[in-house]
Structures are given as structure tokens and as C-alpha cells.
Design a protein around this ligand. Structure first.
Ligand SMILES: O=C([C@H](O)CO)[C@H](O)[C@H](O)COP(=O)(O)O
Length: 215
């Protein structure tokens, strides 16, 4: 099995805290995600800062774009984003726009299936349009209401689409093995790392668990 990637979700609003957290966990993660609240609050300067500090990491900007796909995403790809997210609920025209912007910069697009009713349909159509990643995502509010991403992950993985699958939504040490075995290629972790007494230690544990589960 190819080694799944670990994506650190940077969800603080504070610019300096975000950079400091990235520094702490960098040895253990593959992708830095600038989370939606964080990118809205801090904007493109944080993309520039992380791009410059971590030239060897993948950088995902979680725009969750809903409209004006090419226009909105283009500016972030231009500043060095490797992956930008667009909402599956935005519709195929907006998804196509983000993919067009990604292609222009030799970058990738992730379709976030959060709150999509027919996830299989949007995933299949997104692959046809050229998306490289689909995201199974139980958002923070849905998590608070008791939801998890596991059943949707199984359903999408079973389709066997030619696309990488990212999973997000409260993933922690206890659930890493389950999501790797279900077929996730990118494991997104936020609170289980940034909420731990030692984020670096939590990230190291997750790295070990992911690698062990992928053998
Ligand atoms: O994308 C996220 C959320 O919608 C806020 O933007 C989180 O970064 C993602 O859910 C991962 O965080 P955890 O669920 O805390 O692991």
C-alpha cells in the first residue's frame, strides 16, 4: 500500500500561533492545511509565509469555494498553493473553474463532499472533470452533532475511482488504522494534534500509526 499522507489542519485564527504550530509538527506531516477560518482571517499573507518557510511541504488552502471558482482559487495557486478545495455542493461549473486554475499552475484540486447528498455522483463527475482528490469530510459542527466520516469513506472507497481520497472529521489516534484500512490516501488531523498537551508528540504518534497501518 502506498504510504498515506498526513495533513495537519491549521485551524487557529492567530497568524503567529499557526506558524509556530506548523514548526512543531513539520517533521511528522506531509501537508499543511490552512483551514477555512484561518485563511479567511489571515488571507494570502499566510500562504506566502508558509510557502517560504516550508518549501518541501505540500500546502493545501481550504477555501471551500462556492462560486467564482477559477477567479477565487487562481490567486492562491499563484502564491504557491499545491491544493485548493472547492465545495462539491457548489456545482460542476465552479468545480471545473477551480480545476482550470489548478492546471494553469501545475497544481491539484480537492472536491470537498461535505453536505453533498449524492456523494458518489459528485465524486464521479469531479474525476471526469480532472479532480485529483475527493474529500470525505464531517465538519466541526456535524461532529458536534455526533456525526463521523467513516460510513461515507467506505462508500466512496468501494467505488474504486481513479482519484485520491482524503478523510477529515475528528480523526485521532484511535481511528487512524480504521481509515487507512478503509482506503484513505490522505488523513487529515486537526484537533487531535493541536488540542493535545504536546502537538509534536501527538503528530509523531499519528505518523507511527499511519505508517504501521499502511504496511
Ligand atoms: O476542515 C475543517 C473544518 O471544516 C474547519 O475548516 C477541519 O480542518 C477538519 O475537519 C479537520 O479538523 P478535525 O476535525 O479537528 O480533525
Amino acid at each position: 500500500m502506498a504510504r498515506p499522507l498526513i495533513q495537519m489542519a491549521l485551524d487557529s485564527l492567530d497568524f503567529n500561533q499557526t506558524v509556530a504550530l506548523a514548526d512543531q509538527v513539520a517533521p511528522y506531516v506531509d501537508i499543511f492545511e490552512i483551514g477555512t477560518p484561518c485563511i479567511k482571517y489571515n488571507g494570502i499573507n499566510l500562504v506566502k509565509e508558509l510557502r517560504q518557510r516550508f518549501p518541501d511541504k505540500l500546502l493545501l488552502v481550504d477555501l471551500k469555494t462556492m462560486d467564482a471558482g477559477e477567479y477565487e482559487a487562481g490567486a492562491f495557486y499563484a502564491e504557491g498553493a499545491d491544493i485548493v478545495t472547492v465545495l462539491g455542493v457548489s456545482g460542476l461549473a465552479t468545480i471545473a473553474g477551480v480545476i482550470k486554475a489548478a492546471k494553469k499552475h501545475g497544481a491539484e484540486t480537492q472536491i470537498d463532499l461535505i453536505n453533498v447528498d449524492d456523494k458518489a455522483y459528485i465524486a464521479k463527475e469531479s474525476v471526469k472533470l480532472g479532480a485529483q482528490i475527493v474529500g470525505i469530510h464531517t465538519g466541526l459542527d456535524a461532529q458536534a452533532a455526533g456525526q463521523t466520516p467513516f460510513s461515507d469513506l467506505n462508500d466512496i472507497a468501494r467505488l474504486g475511482l481513479n482519484v485520491r481520497i482524503s478523510v477529515a472529521g475528528g480523526i485521532k489516534q484511535a481511528t487512524v488504522q480504521q481509515v487507512v484500512e478503509a482506503g484513505a490516501n490522505i488523513i487529515v488531523v486537526g484537533a487531535a494534534i493541536y488540542g493535545a498537551p504536546s502537538p509534536a508528540e501527538a503528530a509523531r504518534e499519528i505518523r507511527e500509526l499511519v505508517d504501521a497501518a499502511a504496511v
